[in-house]
Every structure is written in structure tokens, then in C-alpha cells.
Write a new protein. Structure first.
Length: 96
């Protein structure tokens, strides 16, 4: 496993980041969705996406900001998709 500039494994660093920022990401997702299960899924997906791009982050020290922005983007995408599905269902059933 590779290491960061402080010599810590990235897996260990990511675990530290999850411990430090996971609760806040979950809280934000829950406040925005009102759904605990969806909030957990969104928070975890945000971490997975950032893990894939961790080396590409311009400022790894701004991880919290990247994480919260990713949570918000995932929530917006979820609600956009939900609205498209509802619109499609309305069109299919002929209801306005």
C-alpha cells in the first residue's frame, strides 16, 4: 500500500478521515433527505468516490469540504432522478 507525505498508509489516513468526518457527512445527508438509510448510503458513496480520487485532490487537507460538496451533489442527483421517475410515471398514467 502506498503512503502519504507523512509516511502514513493511505488506508490508515482514510480511516482517520472517515472517523473525523463520517458523522458530519451522515448528519448533513440526513438533514437534507430525512431518511436515515438513504443518508447512510449517500455518506458512504461520497467516501468511496473521494477514495477513488484521493491522489487527485488538489488540497488533501480540504478533504472535509470535498466530502460535504460530494454529499450535496449526490443528494441533488438523487432528487433529480426521483423527479424524472415521477414525471415519467405521470406521463405514463396520463395524470398531470
Amino acid at each position: 500500500m502506498s503512503t502519504d507525505r507523512r509516511g502514513k498508509s493511505l488506508g490508515g489516513r482514510f480511516e482517520d478521515l472517515y472517523a473525523a468526518h463520517g458523522p458530519e457527512a451522515l448528519r448533513l445527508a440526513y438533514l437534507m433527505t430525512g431518511d436515515r438509510v438513504l443518508a447512510e448510503d449517500v455518506a458512504q458513496e461520497a467516501f468511496v468516490r473521494l477514495l477513488k480520487r484521493f491522489h487527485d485532490l488538489r488540497n488533501p487537507d480540504a478533504f472535509r469540504a470535498y466530502l460535504l460538496r460530494t454529499v450535496m451533489n449526490l443528494i441533488k442527483s438523487h432528487f433529480r432522478k426521483l423527479e424524472r421517475e415521477r414525471e415519467f410515471a405521470r406521463l405514463e398514467t396520463g395524470h398531470q
